[in-house]
Design a protein around this ligand. Sequence first.
Ligand SMILES: Nc1ncnc2c1ncn2[C@@H]1O[C@H](COP(=O)(O)OP(=O)(O)OP(=O)(O)O)[C@@H](O)[C@H]1O
Length: 722
Amino acid sequence: MSDSTVSRSESSEDQDLPVPAGGAGAPPPEGGPIPAEDAGPDPLAPNPASPEDAVLVSTAPDVANERRSGDPSARSTSYLSARNLRPRMVRWRRQLARVNAFEPILRAESDASIRKRSLALRYRAMAGEKLSTLLPEGYALCREAGRRALSMRHYDVQIVGGIGLFEGHIAEMQTGEGKTLTATLPLYLHSLLGKGAHLATVNDYLAKRDAEWMMPLFEMLGVSVGIIQTADDQGDRRKSYGAAITYGTAKEFGFDFLRDRLLLRAQNRIQTEMLGGGDGGFSDSGDQVVMRGMHFCLVDEADSILIDEARTPLIIGSIEDNVRDQIVETYRWASEHAPSFELDEHFEIDNDTKRYELTARGRSRVRALPKSDLVRTMGLVDLYEYIERSVKVHREFLLNRQYVIRPSEKDPNVDEIVIVDEFTGRLAEGRKWRDGIHQAIESKEGIDISVPTGQAARITVQDLFLRYPHLAGMTGTAATSASEMRRIYRTPVVRVPTNRPPQRKQLPPRVFGTLESKFDAIAKEVAEVHATGRPVLIGTRSIDKSVLLSNLLTEMSIEHEVLNANNVEREAEIVAAAGGIGRVTVATNMAGRGTDIKLADEVERLGGMHVICTELHDAARIDRQLIGRCGRQGDRGSYRQYLSLDDDILKGGLGVIKSNKLKSRGAANTGSADRMATTFTRAQRKVERQHFRDRMVMMHHEKERKKMQREIGQDPYLDTPD
Ligand SMILES: Nc1ncnc2c1ncn2[C@@H]1O[C@H](COP(=O)(O)OP(=O)(O)OP(=O)(O)O)[C@@H](O)[C@H]1O
């Protein structure tokens, strides 16, 4: 931004609203410098910044390691290089000084005047003034509104992070550093244009929580906020999209885009049929599009949404009644017979691709099985597939691990399968497994089979977000996905240092031969820490393991709470209490992103909260999120990782054979714990690489599919002919 743009703002219509005398480069009035060092004892903390580059740092040692380990996602430079970062930092520092210069002026003004300024900014934005010119005053207003309405004044590092977001970066901010508040800055600034600003997060709960939490700030600035929830009808959605700022999940934004697209095509058809007459035949009763374009999207937990969720496209189905009965009956037939198929004799599992394949004996067994007329009319190759899928589901998909059964929200007399999201530990409302897996599970559990339908419209997460002309993201942990995000979304990743030096301590990992011995040791550690009065949070990978640990603690008479997808109703209450003296909380990944555990005053003196990770997840990021529940905002805290040779990550990363070999050697003993822990980390990296490959394959297929659709003159997002 040039100095001339500042003087233009001084002479604009809002002359009654004072602006800082110094203009560009005015020194910060108060608040002191941005911390020069962000190094701490926590290995998860960002690498130390050199004093001259105090605001943001570029490359990180862990990225270098990933590159050495051959991680494809880390092949190119992941973070901005120092050469590219420096000019930005100069610019951002200058902007920060301008924001700071507004502060004493705004502090002296009334609430009404703050609102008036906000309105004036909106007029200027609508009149064509560049948002970058309005940024200093806009961010200063946001900061002042945060201070007054939420008692939270954006820290300097948050302002700088917000500037990076406005300029289309992914800001990597440590857990607990206040991404929710930082998001208000670019959302507010973009909202001034009146084209909508979206915040995409991972689940309904976070969308609602963050929107409601930040609402008083936006209200003070006269900015409306809408929230999209899965259960909302079209009318509600249209209203929420009509607000200046809309919070919702990436999935709902995607489905709304697709539904609108289908509707627009129908509208076009009607118009064509009416030979251009009328308004297209649309009534006010809900058959209008709900979105009003895509202008700016800020993606919260960017690596989860832009990377993990990008593995499966969003699909809207259409009904094909004629084959329904046949399909349902074949699912039932397959799940009735699947348990009688033996590994190696009837089927084999490819350890790399996780594919189940029938052997020659398995296929002849399928041919010999009794079949009803409807099943018999199904092609033989299809029948092989039905059995393979059903066998896989019987072996790998377990109740209370990957899914739960509960009464359907639409009809409480009917049960339904609800996926437990592996990454968030929450119920993934409305999501289904693809390729018939969901139906095979329904069939296994003997509940109504929701027949898969033909596809009507689809979009990949990548395509969805690339449609926004302005895209930015926030994440706690981009180290492993920075290069992928840059390559696919053209969004460079920058690190934002912590406001206060982190004090979280890592205790040496412990490795055990069996699951039982590991859980016994965990229970012992819980008892020891509990005796000191420090709160303990124990993270498990699945609901059944949280129950197992809970039983152990009950046997030891340790009072505790369990937080998993089965007791979401009490979530707020459990989280509110989890930081109290002597509290013990067992939680699935639900106690991950978005769980802000407030510590009781005395806890800090005792050493803060202790977190126990009972198992590695498929993505290291999820482990870091759990660890990030302690040591927030510079608080004290500690964590330890527990591992066992029974852990799923070994089977997933090393393959069943290798992991069994390791187990039979009984290599685990405390003396070699560090070395063993490295084996686990390596297995985790391998699983992450497999997921990376899956995403690349899917993206390639989608690209080809879209190309073909375009070649034959069809909408690439709609599957049925135009
Ligand atoms: N500028 C600020 N002033 C005072 N408190 C703040 C400020 N910024 C953040 N906080 C506090 O820090 C805590 C963490 O904020 P928030 O939940 O947004 O963090 P986060 O980065 O999203 O963490 P996570 O990734 O773990 O969910 C909250 O209790 C919030 O009130």
